[in-house]
Design a protein around this ligand. Structure first.
Ligand code: ADP
Length: 505
C-alpha cells in the first residue's frame, strides 16, 4: 500500500552527505549518499577535508556541502522517489561552524583559546558546569575566538555565524536558521541549564557574538516551510516543514531511539556511550548536551579511544587471533577476575588521559604480567568498569528499568556483552540500527511535526525500537563488582597521579 507521507533526514558527515527517507511506520523507503572525494573531486578533499600544513588546521569547503545537497536531491528526483509526499525533513552536521572554509571536528588549532576561555570563567570545571563540557579545541566558541584574533575585520563584518547543522537548515528555509539546543551544547557557549547563551563565555571568545549567533531553539522545533527554490526545482510540497537540524551525536541518540534512563554502548573502533540523563553533573571527562528528543532532559556522551583495536591486540596476543578462543577464555574465568585489575591504553586515552598497560593484583600491587586468561578478563572488565564509573560521574543512575543497548562490531560477542551486563547489573539488548545519525534526523522530522499537534514523547507516538534481549546480569554481580569498581577507581587515580608526577619531573 502506498504510504501517505514520508519524512526525510540528511546527515552532513565528514566524508559524505547521506539521505534517508522513512514512511509513517518509520520504515526506510529511500537511502542514498554523496561521497565528497569521489563524487565531487573538484573540491580536492581527502576524506572530505583539507588538512593544512601545520597539521592542526582541518577544514572543509562550505560550497562542497551546498553542491552535495543539490546533487543528492537531483538523484532523488530522477530515481522516481515522490518528493511531493515529504511532509517534514531534518538533518544533522558535525559540530563546527561555517566560513568559506569551515573548521571541522578534527581541527585542533585552538589550545590557546581553550586555556583563555577556561581561565575567564574560573577554571575547566566551572566551564563544564555552565556549558556541559570543559573547553575543547573543536568546539565552536574556541574556533570563533581564533578567527576573531586572526581576522578581526572579517569577524566584525560577519552578520551571522552558523553551525554546519543550522547552515544546512538555512539552505532549506531560504533564511538564517536558528541553532538548536543540542548542537548548541557543543560550542562551550550555551548555558545548558538556562538554555541561553552565557555572557561570560561569549565575552571571553569575541565581541558582539550574541547578535551573530541568533536565537537557540528546542531541537524538535518547526523552523518553517521549505523555500520556493526546493518546491520549484525538486517538487517538494509547499507545506513540507523544516525541523531544526542538530549535531550528529544528538541525531544518533534519536536514531537509536533511546528512552528515558537508557544507555547505548557503541563498541566500534572506539567505544562510545550515549546516556539519557535527567540530572547531569558535568565533569572534566565527557560531554553533557541538552537532549534532542526531550529538551527538559539531557544526554551525555563519553568516548573511549581504546575500544576494538585494543581488544584485537589482546586477542592476538592471548588467544591466537581467534574471537572464539577469546570468548572461551572469558567464560572460563570468574566474574571479578579474583581481584585482578588492568588498564589497557594502547594509544593515549581520552577518558581518562593516560597511556600504557598497567596491571594490579588483588592487593592493588602493580604486576608486570597476567596469565593469558586473566589478561583477557582484566581487559574486558576494565573497559566496562571505566564506562560505568565515568557514566555515574556524569550523573547517570542505574535503575531497575535500565536497559543497555549495544551496537557496533563487538556487540555480536555475547560473552563480552555478559561482562557488560554483569558490571552494569542491567540487561543488554542489541540494536541493528546502522546510519543512526541520518535515521535519527528522519525520526526528528516525524517527531517535530507530530509535536506541533500534541506534546507527546517520541515513544508515545511511534512506540519503542525493536531491540533483542541478549543477556541479563548474573546473580551476585552487584556484590562482586561494587568493591572491584571502587578499587579500579583508586588504582586509576594512583596511575593518573603518577603520570602527572612524571610529567612534572
Ligand atoms: P567502526 O567503528 O569502524 O564502524 P565497527 O562497529 O564495524 O567499527 O566494529 C568493528 C570492530 O568489531 C572490529 O575492529 C572488531 O574488533 C570488532 N569485532 C568483530 N567481531 C567481533 C567479535 N566476534 N568479538 C569482538 N569484537 C568483534
Amino acid at each position: 500500500m502506498a504510504s501517505a507521507a514520508y519524512y526525510l533526514g540528511f546527515d552532513f558527515s565528514t566524508q559524505q552527505l547521506k539521505a534517508i527517507a522513512v514512511n509513517e511506520q518509520l520504515q526506510v523507503v529511500y537511502e542514498d549518499n554523496v561521497h565528497f572525494d569521489k563524487d565531487l573531486p573538484e573540491f580536492g578533499t581527502q576524506g572530505g577535508v583539507h588538512v593544512h600544513s601545520d597539521k592542526l588546521r582541518v577544514t572543509s569547503p562550505v560550497l562542497m556541502w551546498v553542491k552535495a545537497l543539490d546533487c543528492i536531491l537531483d538523484r532523488m528526483k530522477s530515481s522516481g522517489f515522490n518528493i511531493s509526499k515529504v511532509k517534514a525533513l531534518s538533518g544533522s552536521g558535525q559540530s563546527c561552524f561555517s566560513v568559506s572554509d569551515s573548521p571541522v571536528w578534527m581541527d585542533s588549532s585552538t589550545s590557546a583559546e581553550c586555556d583563555h576561555l577556561e581561565k575567564s570563567v574560573g577554571g575547566p570545571q566551572v566551564l563544564a558546569n555552565i556549558t556541559g563540557s570543559r573547553a575543547y579545541e573543536r568546539f565552536t566558541g574556541n574556533q570563533i575566538a581564533k578567527i576573531y584574533k586572526q581576522k578581526p575585520k572579517e569577524y566584525l563584518e560577519t552578520e551571522r555565524i552558523s553551525l554546519v547543522s543550522s547552515f544546512a537548515a538555512s539552505l532549506f528555509i531560504g533564511d538564517c536558521a536558528p541553532i538548536d539546543y543540542s548542537d548548541g551544547s557543543g560550542m562551550n557557549l550555551l548555558d545548558i541549564h538556562d538554555k541561553t547563551w552565557n555572557e561570560k563565555c561569549l565575552n571571553a571568545c569575541a565581541p558582539h557574538l550574541k547578535e551573530k549567533l541568533g536565537s537557540v531553539v528546542p531541537s524538535c522545533s518547526v523552523l518553517g516551510p521549505v523555500s520556493t527554490y526546493y518546491v520549484q526545482r525538486y517538487g517538494f510540497s509547499h507545506d513540507c516543514c523544516v525541523i531544526a537540524f542538530t549535531g550528529d551525536n544528538p541525531a544518533s541518540l534519536a536514531g537509536m531511539r533511546l528512552e528515558e534512563g537508557d544507555i547505548a554502548v557503541s563498541l566500534g573502533t572506539s567505544d562510545t556511550l550515549f546516556l539519557w540523563i535527567q540530572q547531569p553533573t558535568p565533569a572534566l571527562e565527557g560531554h553533557i548536551f541538552i537532549n534532542p528528543v526531550h529538551s527538559q532532559d539531557y544526554m551525555a556522551l563519553l568516548c573511549f579511544k581504546n575500544g576494538s583495536l585494543m581488544r584485537e591486540k589482546i586477542r592476538d596476543e592471548c588467544s591466537s587471533g581467534s574471537w572464539e578462543e577469546f570468548s572461551k577464555m572469558l567464560r572460563s574465568t570468574p566474574s571479578g577476575n579474583s581481584g585482578h585489575i588492568g588498564f589497557y591504553f594502547d594509544v593515549m586515552e581520552i577518558t581518562p588521559q593516560a597511556v600504557g598497560v598497567h596491571r594490579f593484583d588483588a592487593e592493588s600491587q602493580k604486576v608486570s604480567e597476567f596469565p593469558e586468561d586473566v589478561e583477557i578478563r582484566a581487559l574486558i572488565e576494565g573497559q566496562f568498569m571505566a564506562k560505568r564509573i565515568y557514566a555515574e560521574r556524569l550523573g547517570y543512575k542505574i535503575r531497575p528499568q535500565t536497559r543497555i543497548l549495544a551496537t557496533g562490531g563487538a556487540s555480536c560477542n555475547q560473552d563480552i556483552l555478559q561482562v557488560l551486563s554483569d558490571i552494569f547489573n542491567a540487561p543488554v539488548h542489541t540494536l541493528s540500527t546502522t546510519n543512526s545519525a541520518c535515521l535519527g534526523c528522519a525520526y526528528q522530522a516525524a517527531h517535530g511535526l507530530a509535536m506541533q499537534s500534541s506534546p507527546l514523547s517520541f515513544t508515545d507516538v511511534f512506540g519503542s525500537a525493536q531491540s533483542k534481549l541478549v543477556v541479563t546480569p548474573r546473580a551476585e554481580s552487584a556484590k562482586i563488582y561494587q568493591p572491584l569498581m571502587n578499587r579500579y577507581a583508586e588504582c586509576e587515580s594512583a596511575l593518573l597521579q603518577q603520570s602527572k608526577n612524571i610529567l612534572r619531573t
